[in-house]
Design a protein around this ligand. Structure first.
Ligand code: SAM
Ligand code: SF4
Ligand code: SF4
Length: 333
């Protein structure tokens, strides 16, 4: 089995299909940096569907079982269902998921499901229009995301919900969000992370998961939630079940890093392979692909990168400084 330097297998591949987005979340693509003059990638720079399919096949040959499509906002990529359908036909792929802000799901969910998509993770940070509008940078109303969640459920897709928690920004509204959505999907609360180079992160704005749990509960102690065992090794979210039986997940990348089980590789929209969300540099896969490298050469190149991998940034946070990190809009979380 292919293992990296810390004994971790390669199991998950996240594929970014665009660097564009129809929101400007302050913690990801702040509008003052990603403004009207920002130079997004031209289409010719993006991996084609053929190239993505070929890379996915190679990764599956190296142990990958799960694929996740992300962005920027992946639903902005034209003909996305066609890509899903190509990926769904790869033998050995057990699960295909999509991370999205949900805005385009009312239009796209049935076609994505029909193409073979299994699950979506929809991101929403608050149900308060004012708070959500401020966080998404464009004043977009949360109802638009709720409509997307309903569309995904109606299409028969599995649905999870991602919420990034920022102190003094949306932490007051967490219980409302949980009460409104717990019947529909598992809510996953993510500690605000220092991804990219522009999101103004500091430790004070992180709400540690144990405090999130307290804020979610009626009595403010968190005691109504009981931890439950993971569904599989390496599951990122620590599962908890509320007194009413509804599940939540806590993603504690800052307060309780999980690098020891990290089996994820990421490919940016231009085909650069990153072995960590916080990587400073990656390995260009597009150049050899376009230069005509055969399957065996691609297999060896990717295997070599994984074998050499030592990343454990979240465990080292505070000890190492990294000048330039890959942007979230390039690798999609
Ligand atoms: N546009 C899609 C969306 O918002 O779901 C997919 C890409 S987005 C970068 C993937 C996930 O990363 C989202 O759930 C988003 O909330 C999360 N994310 C972005 N920036 C983050 C940060 N600084 N800390 C924690 N999570 C973040
Ligand atoms: Fe866009 Fe998703 Fe980043 Fe928000 S988190 S700006 S929706 S890519
Ligand atoms: Fe994986 Fe890097 Fe996140 Fe650690 S910091 S869990 S190695 S992506």
């Amino acid at each position: 089995m292919l293992l990296d330097q810390l004994g971790r297998p390669l199991r998950d591949l996240r594929i970014s299909v665009t660097d564009r987005c129809n929101l400007r979340c302050t913690y990801c693509m702040p509008a003052d940096i990603f403004g009207p003059d920002y130079a997004f990638l031209p289409r010719t720079e993006l991996l084609s569907f053929e190239e993505i399919e070929r890379l996915a096949r190679t990764f599956v040959g190296l142990g990958v079982q799960k694929l996740r499509i992300t962005g920027g906002e992946p639903t902005l990529r034209r003909d996305l269902p066609e890509l899903i359908s190509r990926l769904a036909q790869i033998e050995g792929v057990q699960d295909i998921a999509l991370t999205t802000n949900g805005l385009l799901l009312p239009r796209l969910a049935p076609a994505l499901r029909a193409a073979g998509l299994n699950r979506v993770t929809v991101s929403i940070d608050s149900l308060d229009p004012e708070v959500f509008g401020r966080m998404n940078g464009l004043g977009t109303h949360p109802q638009k995301v709720l409509d997307g969640i309903e569309a995904a459920l109606s299409a028969g897709l599995g649905v999870k919900i991602n919420t990034v928690v920022q102190r003094g920004v949306n932490d007051d509204g967490l219980r409302n969000l949980w009460l409104a959505l717990r019947d529909k999907a598992v809510l996953r609360l993510i500690e605000f992370m220092d991804v990219g180079n522009h999101n103004g992160w500091n430790l004070d704005s992180v709400v540690p998961s144990r405090e999130v749990l307290a804020r979610l509960s009626a009595d403010g102690t968190g005691a109504e939630f009981t931890p439950v065992s993971p569904n599989y090794r390496g599951e990122v979210a620590a599962r908890h079940v509320g007194a009413d039986g509804h599940e939540i997940g806590l993603i504690s990348s800052v307060s309780a890093p999980f690098c020891g089980d990290c089996s994820r590789a990421r490919i940016s929209a231009v085909g650069v392979l990153y072995t960590c969300l916080f990587a400073g540099a990656g390995t260009d896969l597009r150049a050899p692909l376009r230069a005509g490298a055969d399957d065996e050469a691609m297999h060896e190149l990717i295997a070599g990168v994984w074998r050499a991998r030592r990343d454990r940034y979240s465990e080292e946070r505070g000890e190492v400084t990294r000048e330039q990190k890959v942007e979230m809009s390039h690798i999609g979380g």
